[in-house]
Ligand binder design. Sequence first.
Ligand code: PBG
Length: 327
Amino acid sequence: MDLTMRPRRLRGGEAIRRMVRETRMDKASLIYPMFVMDGENKAEEIPSLVGQYRYTVDRMGEELEKLLKAGVTNVMLFGIPEHKDEVGSQAYAEDGIVQRALRKAKQDYPELYLITDVCMCEYTSHGHCGVLCDHDVDNDPTLELLAKTALSHVQAGAAMVAPSDMMDGRVRAIREKLDANGFQNTPIMSYAVKYASAFYGPFRDAAGSAPSFGDRKSYQMDPHNRREGIKEALLDVEEGADIIMVKPAMSYLDLVREVRDCIDLPVATYSVSGEYAMVKAAALKGWIDEERIVCEMATAAYRAGADIYITYYAKELAGFMQEGRIG
Ligand code: PBG
């Protein structure tokens, strides 16, 4: 056969395949989401997230040490308070669960880069992401509470804040509040393109944050919409976001690519609880090769254009990257 191009030449062996690889990954770009809860001396496995735990502040070091050993230095904290109320007051309490966890983690492990999820849903008695007016979240009064929450996280030691509530104008409100208090240099990673997704199910079990009535469709995005995702991303850039996140990851990689192509900020994507749970469940059944699936999902996210990957598999992925199995 007289062929000038034989693409198989570049697939002939491991050395050449690695040489021409287009997508490279680094464990410095991984973020591990972690749950901290009120109470003492507890590490509870989350039933729908096998292998993931809720830790009280005195026990979270067990997990943080494992992360550091694996080479994961970026952690995003989610708080599970003992008491919830209508206005989510534990979200911005000085001695709230996340605030206490931040102070301890910062003191014990200064090498960690601590990020916090900023939202109300884990703290409100009704499980919605803000304060209510009639039966819907009231946007503008919620902004002040989100800004207060972000400020209290930064004051307690957060290096970066990540608002996930999907209220209009929250990035601007948080930016103004941080700036007014001398935190001009603290970045905001915005959950800018966040869909109303069934993939958050296991997270809501973990955090006890499922809405007690209705759903989140009046603030999170409709999965049918692509252009609206770009609109949300551009708006958050205008409001002062430093990093734009697309969430969930696996079913929304088209948006990762779109955002990558039209915005010059770093792009993050969050492989959410439902993605982890599906992989874990099938792996436990022996139906899939967990390691290869996890690597393939991560590779796809980076190939789509993500610079940062948020995943419950961060420790394992860091190991695979270290061993050169991916990246
Ligand atoms: C808080 C928040 C959620 C997640 C991240 N931040 C839940 C939600 O929006 O219902 C989901 C993360 C996951 O599923 O892993 N608003």
